[in-house]
Design a protein around this ligand. Structure first.
Ligand code: 5GP
Length: 291
């Protein structure tokens, strides 16, 4: 038998540190699950490696009111072996587990408001639409965190929370984002706690985010209403982005390339609205949320 190559001291130290960070992460996830800050559906939808390696039994035991016996019964009923890890769960097993626990893949059990995701290419007019919705106090527009610099006129805590890369990584590590993505060399993310709080208060919560983020929300909160905003044409979009003049020429080119990709994905959304006129789109969104 061939022995695996021996690790040197610094490799051993790095491996130990990695294992410790993963253990901390798992402990944090379990604590958040216990106090309701995280939903089981969100943990199951995670793509974080240290979470995917957590044993299903360990996950179930961290849910309040589920003990050893119930965990065993649940796993047997769902055909999940005792050593199975979250990352190894099949679609059927996940669905069966949620069914057994009588959990629908929905936002929060005590959410009174609706979660609405607005997505669409850069320059399509999403910010003007959310500005319009802000006037209606049944709605609350989520404030994202971003690592990009503030544009003239943008205010910290109002338009975005402008933070640096280090703080952003810390928030990712602490699982504080409902979703996050890289866009045009910067990072953007939706702080989870405020969203859950506003939904509980009965507000319709609006996330104005790009495609990767919308896909993550679809996975973890299938009750969310996903709305794609289309420009009347690609030419109109190009024109708007150039006239807006907030980006350099190369950044505008990059955003337009990404716009093509995003527009092709509009079929993944529940609704597609064409932005001929901001007021009309806002009205349509109010109907979708309040009907
Ligand atoms: P901008 O830099 O023009 O403000 O935003 C760039 C893109 O990032 C836009 O498509 C915007 O909708 C998206 N965005 C803003 N906040 C978030 C967020 O929290 N998460 C994600 N995934 N995208 C965001």
């Amino acid at each position: 038998m061939v022995n695996p190559p021996k690790k040197n001291k610094s490799e051993l130290r790095a491996a130990a540190e990695k294992a410790l960070a993963a253990r901390r992460k798992r402990a944090e996830v379990k604590a958040k699950l216990k106090n309701g800050e995280l939903l089981l559906t969100e943990v199951l939808a995670s793509s974080d490696d240290s979470i995917l390696r957590m044993k299903v039994s360990e996950l179930l035991l961290s849910i309040p009111a589920i003990g050893i016996t119930k965990t065993k019964v649940l796993m047997e009923n769902c055909n999940i072996s005792a050593s199975r890890r979250i990352g190894g769960l099949g679609l059927k097993q996940r669905a069966q587990l949620l069914k057994e626990l009588k959990i629908s893949n929905s936002p929060s059990p005590d959410a009174l408001g609706k979660l609405i995701v607005i997505s669409g290419p850069s320059g399509v007019g999403k910010s003007s639409i959310t500005r319009e919705l802000r006037k209606d106090n049944r709605f609350w527009i989520s404030v994202s965190a971003t690592t990009r610099s503030a544009r003239t006129g943008e205010e910290n805590g109002v338009d975005y929370f402008f933070i640096d890369d280090e703080k952003f990584s810390q928030m990712v590590e602490a699982n504080e984002f409902l979703e996050w993505a890289n866009f045009a060399n910067s990072k953007y993310g939706t702080p989870r706690a405020a969203v859950n709080q506003k939904l509980k208060e009965g507000k319709h919560v609006v996330l104005e985010i790009e495609l990767q983020g919308a896909r993550q929300v679809r996975k973890s909160r299938s009750d969310a209403i996903l709305v794609f905003i289309q420009p009347p044409s690609f030419e109109v979009l190009k024109d708007r982005l150039i006239k807006r003049g907030t980006e350099s020429e190369s950044a505008t080119v990059a955003r337009l390339a990404r716009a093509k990709e995003e527009m092709a994905a509009s079929v993944e959304f529940d609704h597609v609205l064409i932005n001929h006129e901001v007021g009309e789109v806002a009205k349509a969104l109010v109907s979708l949320a309040t009907l």
